[in-house]
Design a protein around this ligand. Structure first.
Ligand code: NAD
Length: 292
């Protein structure tokens, strides 16, 4: 069992930290807002009032933060993780951020004798709660092996995909696929509604054939019932479409479908839907058709 420091106890980090506690690890949590720390303490974790306090004694440090600048501030900042982590500690960043930032974090960590992994996750809040996330890991093979046990407490599909940054590249592909799926599911639902089809029956049979998908299973009823509480916020998916676009450009690629759905996600964000679940992209597709 390990001493774990966990920073970022939000929609995903909160349940992940709780699952590490449930697996028998000693988890000390820190978050910007105190309420999230209190929730972890209620589940058997310990409270830290600074990043330093969370990481000082930790053998493994998890970060689960919104965006690249947050990870840069918390990990590389003056009073951040690397300023206080002990030599030999494992740093597992599960945030979805730019691959180049993950590579920079890994280099800075190595200079301090800290072994870093980028380990972004997929599966959303339900799988974070169940401990069944899919985790795409970039970093040294030996570091991956050392983190296998703690990652097994939060995920079931845990795959080493390459060197530092590779986890983020795979996650960017994940976000491209998910956004495209959500866009097409929304179009199909608007289409079925316009034709007066029983959408519950329609989605049920579609789900059993080649059109079936995890997105359809997880988001179909949310769209049918117009229940768009997060979940995964549109503003975060907008961030991720930016990561995908930049990484595609870097590789000299064109991603026409990704560009289109990226614009729809950007429109949703610009029109004030950023705090909705990404299934709320449905509203953009519906509005384009004069429907709601
Ligand atoms: P969230 O906003 O719910 O959680 C982030 C937490 O970090 C918040 O509690 C916030 O207070 C805390 N935080 C931010 N800056 C901090 C700082 N400087 N110091 C301490 N705490 C700080 O976001 P989330 O939905 O949990 O997503 C976290 C990451 O996981 C994002 O990169 C997101 O893209 C990714 N992700 C989210 C989902 C999902 O379904 N929500 C799924 C897969 C991946």
């Amino acid at each position: 069992m390990s001493k774990v420091g966990f920073i970022g106890l939000g929609i995903m980090g909160g349940p992940m930290a709780a699952n590490l506690v449930a697996a028998g690890h000693e988890v000390t949590g820190y978050n910007r807002s105190q309420a999230k720390i209190d929730q972890l303490v209620a589940k058997g974790g310990k409270a830290a009032s600074t990043v330093a306090e969370a990481v000082r004694d930790a053998e493994v440090i998890f970060t689960m933060l919104p965006d690249s600048p947050d990870v840069e501030a918390v990990v590389l900042g003056e009073d951040g993780v690397l300023a206080h982590a002990r030599e030999g500690a494992l740093l597992v960043d599960c945030s979805t951020i730019r691959p180049d930032v993950s590579r920079r974090v890994a280099e800075a960590a190595a200079e301090k004798g800290v072994r870093a992994l980028d380990a972004p996750v997929s599966g959303g809040e339900p799988k974070a709660i169940d401990g069944t996330l899919s985790i795409m890991v970039g970093g040294e093979e030996s570091t991956f092996a050392a983190a296998r046990d703690v990652l097994g407490a939060v995920g079931t599909t845990v795959v080493h995909v390459g060197p530092a940054g590779a986890g983020q590249t795979v996650k960017a592909a994940n976000q491209l696929i998910v956004a495209g799926n959500i866009g097409l599911l929304a179009e199909a639902l608007v289409f079925l509604e316009a034709h007066g089809v029983d959408t519950e029956a329609g989605l049920k049979v579609l789900g059993g054939g080649l059109a079936g998908s995890t997105v359809l299973d997880a988001k179909g009823d949310k769209m049918r019932n117009r229940e768009f509480g997060p979940g995964f916020r549109i503003e975060l998916h907008h961030k991720d479409m930016g990561i995908v676009q930049a990484a595609a450009r870097e590789a000299g690629l064109t991603i026409p479908l990704g560009a289109l759905v990226g614009q729809l996600v950007a429109a949703a964000n610009a029109q004030g839907d950023g705090k909705l679940d990404h299934s709320g992209l449905f509203r953009q597709i519906a509005n384009l058709n004069g429907r709601d």
